[in-house]
Design a protein around this ligand. Sequence first.
Ligand code: PGA
Length: 249
Amino acid sequence: MLKRLVVGNWKMNLGANQARELVTALLSKRSAPIRSEVWIAPPNLHLSKLSELVRGSAIKLGAQNVHWENSGAFTGEISKSMLLELGVGFALAGHSERRHVFAESNELAAKRARVASTDFKVIFCIGETSQERESAQTEAILASQLKALTNELTAEIASGLILAYEPVWAIGTGKVASSEDIRNAHAFIDQYWRSQSKFPTPAILYGGSVAPDNFEAIVRIPLVSGALVGGASLVFEKFSKLIEIAEAA
Ligand code: PGA
C-alpha cells in the first residue's frame, strides 16, 4: 500500500538558519514516520545544505520547479540532473503560483512534469480558480490541465508522477475545500485519467489551507493520498501534527 504523503512547500520562505532549525527539529522527532512519508520543498538555495542534513533520514527533499533539459541557456532554471546530483528526489510542476503569477501554461507545466521517472518524482499540481468554479468550469479546467500531461506519457514518466488537486481559491486563504468538493474533484481526476491514459492513476494529494484542524477529515476522503502543504509546513508544531495525523489515519 502506498504510504500517505505529507509534502511541505515552503515557497519563497525561510532563511538558511531558519531552514536548518526547522529540518533539525523535524529530524529530532522521536519516532520516524512508518505509515507516511515526509517530503519538503525548500527554496533551491537551501537544497545543498539541507541534503547533507537529511541524508539517511526519512525526509525526502525536493525542488519547487524543474526544467525539462539537463543544461543550457535557461536563466533562472534548474534541471533534474542537477537536483539528482544533490540527492534531491522530487519536484513540483504546475503549481498554481507558477501558472497564475508567472503565467506558465498547461503545456509548459506538462513539459516540466515529463521529467518524472522511477528515480525522480514529480508532483503535478492542478486546480481551478474561484471564478472558474463559480461558472461551473471546474471539471473542464482540470481536464485541460491533465490533458496537456496525458498527451505524451511513457511508462517511465508515469512511474514517477503524483498529482495534487489544489483549488486556487483555497491556497493560502484559510478557506479549505469542503469534503464533498475534494471527494468530487479527486473522483473526477481519477475517472478522467483512466479515460485518457493506459497507465494507472497516480496518487492524488489535496492542497489548499491544509492545517492540523482540518487534515484528519481530509485524509479519510477516498482517493486522497496525502497533502501538499504551504503555510502550515513552515511551523514545526503544525507540520509535525500533520505527520502524526497521517500516521494515525
Ligand atoms: P497553503 O498552500 O497550504 O498555504 O494553502 C498550499 C500550496 O500552495 O501548495
